[in-house]
Write a protein that binds this ligand. Structure first.
Ligand code: MBD
Ligand code: FE
Length: 251
């Protein structure tokens, strides 16, 4: 018997029972909630719903022990084993004319020494708020809008893509319905870029970058972000620069 699993599972059940008792939930209401969960499963939205409510909490716990760069939520749309990209992430033909951003920065260790050969997974949504490689998002080829990049001998990385827009949790699905109809909150996330940085012997970090002045940066339905993840507005030859550095602690 796993003692920790026992404690957490038992306490989750007790916490839910407390809510049911406090609100004198009826059998019909219990069944309605039950059906809503079944609908969430059928729509493939269990990962979305869980990350939306709980990923932030897990990250807050994790950040208490982080000395280097803080982590942010991963979200449900990371795809493993995508190819390395060179100077530009693959963009669908129909979106090739959209404005570019350049993502760049440096990976260092706790003493400030550059980390060469760190691998950074980068991913962001399509301009219409879908992610590639996700069946429920139209199964767009996973080569688009995501890729791995590697830091050079000075610990630097640089790659271009198009600029993502705010993301709306599909509001016709059970998760969007739960937010908007039952909880009375909106279902938007600020425009964001995801990163997962890994280097040998160092503790990996997952984070996101948000655009200064962007809609929902302080009103994220997933409660991700925070000021340290908002990147100041900067342009170079008219191209938005997203400068993000990472400091990694020992593994
Ligand atoms: C996303 O794109 C995302 O990053 C999170 C955390 C939740 C839902 C959609
Ligand atoms: Fe996302």
């Amino acid at each position: 018997m796993n003692q920790r699993a026992k404690t957490v599972a038992t306490e989750i059940v007790e916490a839910v029972r407390d809510v049911l008792r406090r609100n004198k939930v009826t059998f019909a209401e219990y069944r309605a909630g039950f059906m809503h969960l079944a609908k969430t499963q059928a729509a493939g939205e269990i990962p979305l719903m869980l990350d939306l409510f709980f990923n932030t909490t897990i990250v807050q716990i994790e950040n208490e022990s982080r000395k280097g760069s803080k982590a942010d939520i991963q979200g449900p749309y990371f795809v493993p084993n995508v190819p390395f990209v060179d100077h530009e992430i693959a963009i669908e033909e129909e979106h090739k004319a959209m404005p570019r951003m350049v993502m760049r920065g440096k990976v260092v260790d706790m003493s400030g020494t550059p980390v060469a050969g760190a691998v950074i997974d980068v991913w962001h949504s399509t301009p219409d708020g879908r992610y590639s490689g996700i069946e429920r998002h139209g199964n767009l080829d996973k080569k688009y809008y995501r890729g791995k990049i590697k830091t050079d001998s000075e610990g630097r990385y640089e790659v271009r893509s198009i600029i993502p827009v705010p993301y709306q949790v599909p509001n016709k699905g059970p998760t969007g319905q739960l937010l908007e109809e039952y909880m009375g909150v909106h279902s938007w996330r600020p425009a964001h870029i995801h990163y997962w940085v890994q280097a040998e012997g160092l503790r990996d970090v997952i984070r996101q970058a948000y655009f200064e002045g962007g809609d929902y940066v302080h009103d994220d339905c997933c409660e991700g972000g925070g000021d340290e993840f908002i990147v100041a507005e900067a342009y170079e030859d008219g191209v938005r620069v997203m400068e993000v550095d990472f400091q990694l602690e020992p593994a």
